[in-house]
Structure formats: C-alpha cells, structure tokens
Design a protein around this ligand. Structure first.
Ligand SMILES: NC(=O)c1ccc[n+]([C@@H]2O[C@H](COP(=O)([O-])OP(=O)(O)OC[C@H]3O[C@@H](n4cnc5c(N)ncnc54)[C@H](O)[C@@H]3O)[C@@H](O)[C@H]2O)c1
Length: 387
C-alpha cells in the first residue's frame, strides 16, 4: 500500500514509518518540524538523541534498503496538502500532524489559539483535499481517549450512535468532556470527520488512543533509528517522564493523589495496532471508531513499577513526590472502562509488551543519556497551571 504520514517526524510518525517500510509499504511523509521547535521553546529537548530527517532517511536506506519520500511543509497549507495527495495518490493518510501537548495548549491564549487553529485546520485540509482529489482514500486520524473525560459508564466504542434527529435517522455523539484545549481540539476533529463522512461518504477511522510509552519497537534496532522521547513537564507523558526522573535519581513527580487512571499502551503495541488498521481499512464510506489501550493503571501503581525497575537496572529506588495537581481532573478512584471491539476482531488483542518489562527497557535505553537528561532536570516540575 502507499501511505502518506502527516507528522512523520514525531514520536509515533517515525516509529510507524519504520514499521510500514519493513512491511513492504511505500511511505511518504510531511512534517514542518514544529514539535522539535516547540520542545526547544520550553527549554527542553528529546531525552534520546534523534537524527535530522535527512540523516533518518539515509539511515533507513542503509539499514532496510528502502526509501522514504519526505516533503517539508505545513499541513495547514491547503495547496501543499492537495498537491502532495494529487502527486502520490496514497491509499491511506495517517494524520498525526497536530499540536499534541495538553499543558502547551494551556500556557496562555496564544498557545490555546495555536493548538485549535493548527489542529482543526490540518484536519479540515485533509478532509477537503480528499474530497477534491480522490474520495476513496482512507483517513486514519489519531484522536485520543481523553476526548471522553471520565463518564460514569462504560464508554461505547461505537461512539456515534444512531438516533432520530431533524426528522431523519442520524448519528449523534456519546457525550464528551475533554480536559484541556488540546483535548477539545480532538473532540472538534471527531465532529468534523463525522460530518465529512455524512456529507461526502469519506472513509474514516477515528482512532482513540490512550497515552503511549516506550523507547522501542521491533524496528528500532539501532540508536540511529531512535524516535523522539520527551520527558519534560510540557511535552513528556507520564511513564516516560517517571523513567527519565528515575535515571537521574530525581523524585518521581506525581500530580495530586495519584489515583488518576488511564489506559496505557507501549509504543510497540500502538504501532502494531496502527499498521493493522491501515492494512484492514473500513468499508468504503464507513466511519469507524476504534479505542485502543492495553493496561489501565493509576499513577501510583506506575510510579511503584518504575521504582522497582530502577532498583533492578540502576541499583537504587527513587523517591516518590506528590505535587499539587496543576491540572483540573478527577483524582478519586473512578470507573474507567472504554469498550474495545474493533482491534480484537482484527486479531490485535495480545499484550506483546508488559508494562513492567517495558519500563526496564526504557531505563536501559535512557541510562547512557543521563547527562543529557540532567540538562533538563529542572523541567520535571510542572510550570503550566490549568486554573
Ligand atoms: N503520544 C501519545 O501518547 C499520544 C496518545 C494519543 C494520541 N496521540 C496523538 O497522536 C499524534 C502523534 O503524536 P506524537 O506523540 O507522535 O506527537 P509528536 O508531536 O511527536 O508528533 C507530531 C508531529 O506532527 C508535526 N506537526 C504538527 N503540526 C504540523 C503541521 N501543521 N504541519 C506539519 N507537521 C506538523 C510535528 O512537527 C511532529 O513531528 C498527535 O495527534 C497526538 O495528539 C498521541
């Protein structure tokens, strides 16, 4: 298949490109290197060193003997998106090209506006370019389980349910309650995608992924192929940040009570699920919602796992520090059970990486870069407050 990855330079984009190349697909990518710049803007950097895109492509050629086509550009530029789709006519477009940090979106009005404008415009451009160029292209859009908030019911995976509205049979949305401007941008994306599907019959997978953690997939077989790995207060997701804290013996910083629950997935299992959804597209004209997470854990449970692994890999147990929660989120023990049906039907249900083992791998990968992490150690404590 021919796959266009928007946001190919990112944590997931690069790891997915490697997987698709190794599975014999053609890969074309677009990126404007926004994440690289924005991570630097808050004084930080990827904890693992990553090559420039030119060197990444060269490394892939040398190691796997395959070529990735890359176009530097901004997905909010409609002409660019349309031109690339016209030229390459991909079977699938994977849309990762969004501002993806919740804290970044909460810094101030400029960052909130950037997040909303970048994310909604990029999605709208993809929708319109497909409508104009070739309507049967499958859009695999990366959303988040954070769109739903924490409702007191099992979140159905068919998140758009049939109902009679406006006098006709139509589809309405399971209530959503996002917890940051970033998460709201994903909610709005989902509504726009559903509307485009209804209007023009576009074929869409709206993929709701929980937080991803990990440094490795089976394709990241050398350090040259590393994908970015962010660990600071603005860009780092929680397990990745705990691991970096452990490597420099900094206390593991839990926001609030630590009873917050989320559904986590290793990088390896995330990439496997994405490849399966690309290779098994929905029916033409179908709108497919997919939930994906592997292990539901509280922050306290994860911090304990990191402590245990640190003892094994690093020879000490870092302390755990509870900080006042900068976010507005429920901190009590809640029901959290998003339904999962689509991926098991595609045979994707086995946990190939258990969190305990994966944390050991992360610590081993980060250990040689302890000096690099020490330079951003001051950025572990949260600087952005929701209230
Ligand atoms: N990492 C996670 O835990 C996670 C979980 C759920 C959903 N997601 C979603 O998956 C997607 C990818 O996440 P990630 O962790 O790889 O993030 P990332 O920031 O590492 O990657 C996103 C890439 O898109 C690029 N980009 C952003 N705006 C662009 C634009 N207008 N034009 C061109 N390129 C642009 C960035 O430069 C970056 O390389 C995001 O949409 C994110 O919201 C991520």
């Amino acid at each position: 298949m021919r796959v266009l990855i928007l946001g190919i330079d990112g944590y997931l984009g690069w790891a997915l490109a490697l997987r698709l190349i190794r599975r014999g697909h053609e890969v074309i990518g677009i990126d404007n290197f926004y994440t690289r710049k924005a991570v630097n803007e808050v004084g930080s950097d990827s904890a693992l060193p990553i090559l420039s895109m030119r060197d990444r492509i060269r490394a892939v050629e040398e190691i796997f003997g395959a070529r990735i086509e890359f176009i530097e550009g901004d997905v909010t530029n409609y002409d660019l998106v349309r031109r690339v789709i016209e030229r390459y006519r991909p079977d699938t477009i994977v849309h990762f090209a969004e501002q993806r940090s919740a804290p970044y979106s909460m810094i101030d009005v400029e960052h909130a506006k950037y997040t909303i404008i970048n994310n909604l415009t990029s999605t709208l451009n993809v929708i319109y370019a497909i409508r104009e160029v070739r309507r049967d292209i499958h859009i695999l859009k990366m959303g988040t389980l954070g769109e739903y908030g924490y409702p007191a019911f099992k979140i159905p995976e068919d998140a758009f349910i049939d109902a009679v509205i406006q006098g006709v049979r139509d589809r309405i949305v399971v209530p959503r309650w996002a917890g940051s401007w970033y998460h709201w941008s994903k909610v709005f994306d989902s509504y726009m995608l559903l509307y485009a599907n209804k209007l023009w019959g576009l074929t869409i997978t709206d993929f709701h992924q929980g937080p991803v953690y990990g440094t490795r997939t089976t394709d990241i077989i050398s350090e040259e192929l590393f994908t970015r790995f962010d660990v600071d207060d603005v860009w780092g997701t929680v397990i990745n940040r705990f691991c970096a804290e452990a490597v420099v013996n900094h206390p593991l910083t839990i926001y609030g009570s630590g009873l917050q629950k989320k559904g986590f997935t290793s990088l390896e299992d995330t990439i496997t699920a994405l490849a399966a959804l690309i290779e098994n597209p929905p029916e033409p004209g179908e709108f497919r919602t997919v939930h994906h997470y592997r292990e539901i854990k509280t922050l306290n449970e994860m911090a304990e796992l990191v402590r245990k692994a640190a003892k094994q890999v690093l020879g000490y147990e870092p302390e755990i520090e509870h900080l006042p929660n900068p976010r507005v989120e429920p901190e009590e023990d809640l029901l959290y059970e998003p339904e999962k049906k689509v991926l098991p039907k595609l045979g994707i249900y086995r946990l190939t990486r258990v969190m305990e083992d994966e944390i050991v791998t992360i610590l081993k990968d980060l250990k040689p870069y302890a000096d690099r992490i020490r330079k951003i150690e001051a950025l572990f404590k949260p600087r952005v407050r929701w209230r």
